[in-house]
Design a binder for this molecule. Structure first.
Ligand SMILES: Cc1cc2nc3c(=O)[nH]c(=O)nc-3n(C[C@H](O)[C@H](O)[C@H](O)COP(=O)(O)O)c2cc1C
Length: 206
């Protein structure tokens, strides 16, 4: 897979919104076109874990993200839960790749069962049927058999299951370092060059 031109990022109501926002920042900085989707539960979690007010209107979230990331006009678009005329809703115009980050167990289950009940689920369903790269960043602990079976089913379909499991061998000094560890792994999966983390084996031995 070459580096994508367009990536869809879906924010759902699992803990870990900082991963999703940092990912969007990095994609914009890499001059990728970004389409953003977010669930109602993501708004609740944003308030709880980041004290962040994510407005219900996609146009307001778009304006906020545009300011936050410095995205160029037309580089970033935010779509609503039932915006069925959004490009991601159709196999005729999907993004090159999609990342659900963080991914709740509810959305994971819905994707595993092809529910397509909202734009996030539909866009993921389209990604699978069109053979586009789909990365899920599932967050729950411990995982139940239901969660694990859903993940196994998706992994067998070629979906990348990328849990936010930071390594500590890089000696993270801050929460930002831990977030970057996970975001670097996602960018690697997307083949987007990044230097968020030192590469294993690149550091000369003393
Ligand atoms: C503060 C907070 C943290 C949550 N953390 C998680 C989580 O880590 N994983 C998860 O699967 N659900 C979590 N939930 C529950 C989901 O938000 C809930 O199941 C919701 O229906 C998911 O909807 P969505 O998939 O449409 O975003 C959390 C909810 C709240 C309010």
């Amino acid at each position: 897979m070459q580096a994508p031109h367009t990536v869809t990022v879906a924010l759902t109501g699992a803990s870990g919104l900082p991963y999703g926002l940092r990912l969007i920042d990095q994609l914009v900085a890499a001059e990728i076109r970004v389409w953003v989707l977010y669930s109602q539960a993501a708004q609740v979690v944003a308030k709880q874990e980041m004290d962040l007010h994510l407005p219900s209107r996609p146009s307001e979230v778009q304006q906020w993200l545009q300011q936050r990331t410095g995205a160029k006009t037309g580089q970033l678009a935010v779509f609503g839960r039932e915006e069925w005329f959004a490009p991601v809703a159709s196999g005729s115009n999907p993004a090159d790749a999609m990342v659900v980050c963080p991914c709740s167990m509810g959305t994971l289950a819905a994707i595993a069962h092809g529910m397509s009940d909202n734009l996030i689920e539909r866009a993921a369903d389209v990604s699978i049927k069109e053979g586009r790269k789909l990365i899920l960043v599932p967050r729950e602990t411990p995982f139940s058999v239901i969660h694990l079976e859903n993940m196994l089913k998706l992994a067998r379909l070629g979906v990348v299951i990328l849990p936010p499991s930071p390594g500590f061998y890089t000696h993270p000094a801050s929460v930002d370092d831990i977030v970057d560890f996970v975001v670097a792994r996602i960018l690697d999966q997307l083949r987007i060059p990044n230097s968020l983390m030192p590469r294993w084996g690149d550091t000369p031995k003393e």
